[in-house]
Every structure is written in C-alpha cells, then in structure tokens.
Design a protein around this ligand. Structure first.
Ligand code: ACO
Length: 338
C-alpha cells in the first residue's frame, strides 16, 4: 500500500505594520479625566499608535501581509488561503477584510475569510491554518491580525480609551514534513456566558444602525474592565499550565513567552505564576497598547526585528478576549532569522 508521509503546519514568517501617529498618556490627559501616572501604574501603557482617518484595517493588514510573504521567501501566487482576524473590519457585514486584503496585495482566486474572536483572533487563526494544512487541503496560509480599534473607541470614556491602539501583524504558515518545524499544540476555547464583559453593542442584528445607536454611543466598545481582568489572569494561567504539562515542556525552557498585550499587570501575574524570568516574557503593551487580534503577531514581529527570535526557538502564545475567548499555542519559529 502507498504510504504518504504526514504533513505538519510550520510558522514560516512574520511581518507587522504600525501606524505613524502616536497617542501618548499626556495627550489623553488633555482629552479625559486621567493621568499618565494612573495609566502607567494600572496598565503599563505609555503610548499607542493610531491610524490616519483614511487608513482602513485592510490597508494596515495588507502592509503586514506583504512583509510576511516577502520574508517567507515565496511568491504570492503560492498562497492558497487568506484568513483575517479582526473585530474592526473595513465593513461590518460584507465584504470580509480578508477579501479586501487579498485584492490589495494581488492574490486572486483563493479562499479568503475573516474570523471574529477579538484578542484571541490570531491564535484562533493558527488553529484554523493547522487544520487546513494537516488535512492536506492547503499548503501556504496567509494569516493577518489587523485592527483599527480607534474606530470603535469612545474618546470621552476614560475607562476604555486609554487602553487600545491600532496596527496589524501577519504570518505565513506552510506545510512541512519536518517534524522539528511543526506546531506542537494549540488550545482554543470560549465561554459565551461572559459575552457582556466586552461588547460593541452596534451595529448588528440586535441594534441596527439608527439615531438611537449614535445618541447612546452603542457603536463604541464597552468593557467590564475589573471583572475581565480577574478572569483573564485566572484563565490564562490555567490554560498555559495545561498546555505545558500536556506537552511535557517546562516553563523555564521557553525562550519566548508572548502573551496578549492588554495590561502589564495581567502579563506580570501570569508570568509570575509560571515562574518566568523577565527575559522570557515579551512586552510591547508599553508602546502599542492593546491592539486586539494584532497584538500577538506585532509582538512576535518585534522580537524578530530586534534579533531576539532565532530559527527553531520555541514560542508560547497565550491570549484572552471578547466572547469570551481564550487560546494558547506552543510552536517553534520555523522561519529564517532576519
Ligand atoms: N484614569 C483615572 N481613573 C480611572 C481611569 C482612568 N483612565 N479609568 C478608570 N478609573 C477609575 C475608576 O473610575 C475607578 O474609580 P472609583 O474607584 O472611584 O470607582 C478606579 O479608577 C478603579 O477602576 P477599575 O476599573 O477597578 O480599575 P482597574 O484596576 O481594574 O483597571 C483596567 C482598569 C485597566 C481597564 C483593567 O481592569 C484591565 O486592564 N482590564 C482587563 C482588560 C482586558 O484584558 N481585556 C481583554 C482583552 S480586550 C479585547 O478582547 C478586545
């Protein structure tokens, strides 16, 4: 009988795009009743980047995607699936941002769609790419996490406007027969009973666009910050401990722990619970704020561009967001070092 060798998913390349304009804590002090000291102490954020008015989520996603394809060393014609994770799509109904990005970067006639899992979006995408590749359906999957979060933030609400920023990250996930390069494991989960912790009430089937939506600011993100914070620390710690235990990997052997960048205190609490050293934990929340689905690929890109991420290095990803959703992943970086 003909024996075929198994095919695995491998993380081939990373790219990111960060808008030029910055919004500092000092700028926010002039907009709402807050202080640089409060923001820094409670969140660890110093500044965030904000897209220009005419710059769409797809524009940022396309720039990150082009870089990721170039760094993967493949032609765009070799991409056979385009997936975008975003909660700030160009259009709320259709077309999908993945379709628009595909068009902007000249990828024609391939399957393209978005997923919505808030901050967990990029790790969710990794699990989708893994399934498509390991089933033999696709060979090179382009993943994009892109957010223009500023488009759903109420800049008169001090409890949310200090947290979020804009940006995009992208990766190419390719088929390999080399087990050393393969994703090790991904856990992705959700609990919709906490849906009201993080919600953008409109527009949608419950609250279609109307004067009421505008008057009541229902088009802006609303968050039960403190409740989300507590659940995030608990869930992330449990999830990471489980994925490490299941795969018999010790936390001290992880060179790069790359958590979702929502709040420095959450990252510190999870890192401490795992007894991680400071040099293992990747922090970008100080300069980008929370960029939702873009946060993890932007953080991977940061350590790639600074030369910290080397071929074969193990990455532990961990994320939590609206839905509620959460996910963790254990995988080596299979791309070439910059
Ligand atoms: N400046 C000054 N004071 C403020 C501000 C501000 N910007 N925002 C809130 N406060 C006040 C509150 O009004 C409150 O005052 P009170 O005690 O007089 O009532 C006080 O500060 C404490 O408020 P808390 O909400 O309890 O503050 P907390 O320490 O929880 O920090 C924060 C708030 C930063 C939002 C935190 O809860 C957090 O980071 N939550 C988790 C966010 C997260 O992980 N989200 C998930 C991912 S996001 C996604 O999926 C899109």
């Amino acid at each position: 009988m003909l024996q075929t060798k198994p095919v695995y998913a491998s993380f081939r390349s990373i790219g990111a795009y960060v808008p030029q304009k910055t919004l500092s804590n000092a700028d926010l002090e002039k907009m709402v009743d807050t202080t640089d000291e409060w923001i820094l102490k409670r969140t660890g954020i110093k500044e965030r980047h904000i897209a220009d008015e005419e710059e769409a989520t797809s524009d940022m996603g396309a720039k990150a995607a082009e870089l990721a394809i170039k760094r993967a060393g493949i032609d765009k014609e070799e991409i056979d699936l385009v997936l975008c994770a975003t909660v700030t799509p160009d259009y709320f109904n259709m077309p999908s941002t993945a379709c628009i990005i595909s068009d902007k970067i000249g990828i024609k006639n391939v399957q393209a769609f978005d997923i919505s899992a808030a901050c967990s979006g990029f790790v969710y995408l990794l699990s989708v790419a893994k399934a498509f590749i390991e089933s033999g359906m696709k060979k090179n999957v382009l993943l994009i996490g892109a957010e223009k979060f500023s488009s759903i933030v109420d800049y008169t609400d001090r409890s949310t406007c200090i947290l979020f920023g804009d940006g995009a990250g992208a990766a190419v996930i390719s088929a390999t027969q080399n087990k050393e390069e393969a994703f090790i494991d991904i856990h992705a989960s959700a609990d919709g009973s906490y849906a009201d912790f993080l919600v953008t009430p409109a527009p949608g089937s419950i609250n279609p666009a109307s004067q009421k939506v505008i008057d009541e600011g229902l088009n802006f993100v609303q968050m039960k910050g403190n409740e989300t914070f507590k659940l995030a620390v608990k869930t992330l710690t449990k999830d990471v401990k489980e994925i490490l235990k299941k795969n018999e990997v010790k936390a001290e052997h992880i060179p790069h722990f790359i958590p979702h960048q929502a709040n420095y205190r959450i990252i510190k609490a999870v890192g401490d619970a795992l007894k991680m050293r400071e040099d293992q934990v990747v922090i970008t929340v100080d300069k980008y704020g929370n960029t939702s689905a873009a946060s993890i690929p932007m953080a991977i890109n940061d350590i790639y561009e600074s030369g910290r991420l080397q071929t074969g290095d193990l990455m532990l990803l961990d994320t939590f967001g609206g839905g509620l959703t959460w996910a963790s992943a254990l995988l080596p970086f299979a791309g070439e070092t910059l």
